[in-house]
Write a protein that binds this ligand. Structure first.
Ligand SMILES: *Cc1c(COP(=O)(O)O)cnc(C)c1O
Length: 392
């Protein structure tokens, strides 16, 4: 089975992890700082805080920006459940803003409309989390302009988007947000096995995030609220968590980051071959903008068929592809349709674009080690599969 995503580990990556294993520190050592420095350089940003997952990164970013019971978080329904779960974990109320069917990202017009309604109802969000679906940045200028008008914070969920650019700068430089979060899960662009990073331009927020990832405890005298007892002394000044990343993971990440450009370039070459092949097939592809370069974590397609059979046809195509060795996947089941969220009162039909996209969606194999032969096989099987379901 050709997987839809796969890590690419080199001998240098392995050597960097082995070096840590024989060093003095397995965690809280120098590799974490090296990994954070590699992110700061790639994102042109003064602060990067590494943690043990993007979910943890989103959680501390929400806590750091003061999300709490009585406040609201809005995100995209076309995302992994972590994007909204972190709001619930802070005790906040969660809601969603539907996507645009071309970009598959949060629709700025729908956000504007929802904000106008929320202002009238006194239910404005404290934080909005746009999700850079597939690695393509959301319309951050429009979302940022709305944040100025309505006074909310922005955390970019850039789990798919390390190596992407927007408006002439790297995603992660936080020109249009308070913070930006990356994931380093093995299927993502760069991996640390499990891992996440928050970037921010705010020194105050960075200090809070550093405390929150490690129990709210500090050894820095300037952060203590009263004088220390002696050289052994540490002080808890916040309620924090243990979300630390290990040095083994950070060393892997720092080594992988040296190949970030190569990873994204290969993904682009593959995506362009897919674009050309699908131009005459009955599928829609995600709109990408040349000036805002996607990191291409995913290559999502969806059926051009808009009829009532869309979901059934997608299922048949999914099964056909899997039977023929193509490890397709589906991103994403709209979060509000998950049983847990239905239990909170969400209903099908609330975010029709996300639901429509999902009903016809497939993510095709896209990763740096996908061979020419494998990609040709994927394309041939999509063509055959579409014929098989009467869409060819
Ligand atoms: C993968 C992913 C996450 C969670 O990342 P972890 O590092 O696995 O916690 C969050 N949001 C999106 C959009 C993701 O794709």
């Amino acid at each position: 089975m050709i997987p839809y995503g796969r890590q690419w580990i080199t001998d240098e990556d392995i050597a960097s992890v082995v070096d840590v294993l024989t060093s003095d520190f397995l965690t809280q050592g120098p590799a974490v700082g090296r990994f954070e420095d590699s992110i700061k350089a790639a994102c042109n940003i003064p602060h990067a805080i590494a943690v043990n997952s993007a979910t943890s990164a989103l959680h501390i970013a929400c806590l750091g920006l003061g999300l709490e019971p009585g406040k609201r978080l809005w995100t995209s329904p076309n995302s992994f459940v972590a994007s909204s779960n972190v709001g619930l974990l802070c005790g906040a109320e969660v809601n969603f803003v539907d996507i645009d069917l071309d970009t598959l990202c949060m629709c700025p017009d729908k956000l504007a409309q929802a904000l106008a309604e929320a202002e009238a109802a006194g239910t404005l969000p404290h934080i909005v989390i746009p999700v850079h679906f597939g690695g393509q940045s959301c319309d951050m200028k429009a979302i940022h302009a709305l944040s100025q008008k309505y006074g909310f914070h922005i955390i970019e969920d850039a789990s798919h988007a390390i190596g992407a650019s927007y408006d002439g700068g790297p995603v992660g430089d936080c020109r249009y947000s308070d913070a930006c979060v990356f994931s380093f899960h093995p299927v993502k662009i760069v991996t640390t096995a499990e891992g996440g990073v928050v970037t921010t331009a705010s020194g105050d927020l960075a200090t809070r995030l550093d405390l929150l990832r490690s129990h709210g405890v500090t050894r820095q005298p300037d952060l203590m609220t009263r004088e220390g007892d002696g050289p052994w002394y540490y002080q808890q000044v916040e309620l924090g968590l243990n979300y630390r990343i290990t040095d083994m993971q950070a060393a892997l990440g720092a080594s992988q980051m040296t190949r970030l450009t190569e990873f994204v370039d290969i993904r682009h070459a593959r995506a362009e071959a897919y674009d050309a092949a699908f131009a005459d097939m009955a599928v829609r592809i995600q709109k990408r903008e040349a000036e805002n370069r996607s990191a291409l974590h995913l290559y999502p397609i969806h059926l051009a068929e808009d009829g009532p059979d869309r979901a059934a046809l997608r299922r048949r195509l999914f099964e056909f592809l899997r039977e023929h060795g193509v490890g397709v996947n589906v991103h994403y089941i709209p979060i509000h349709t998950q049983p847990y969220y239905q239990g909170l009162g969400f209903r099908e039909g609330q975010f029709p674009n996300a639901e429509h996209y999902y009903a016809g969606a497939l993510s095709l194999p896209l990763h740096p080690q996908l061979s020419d032969a494998d990609q040709a096989h994927v394309i041939a099987m999509v063509r055959d599969g579409l014929k098989e379901i009467g869409q060819g």
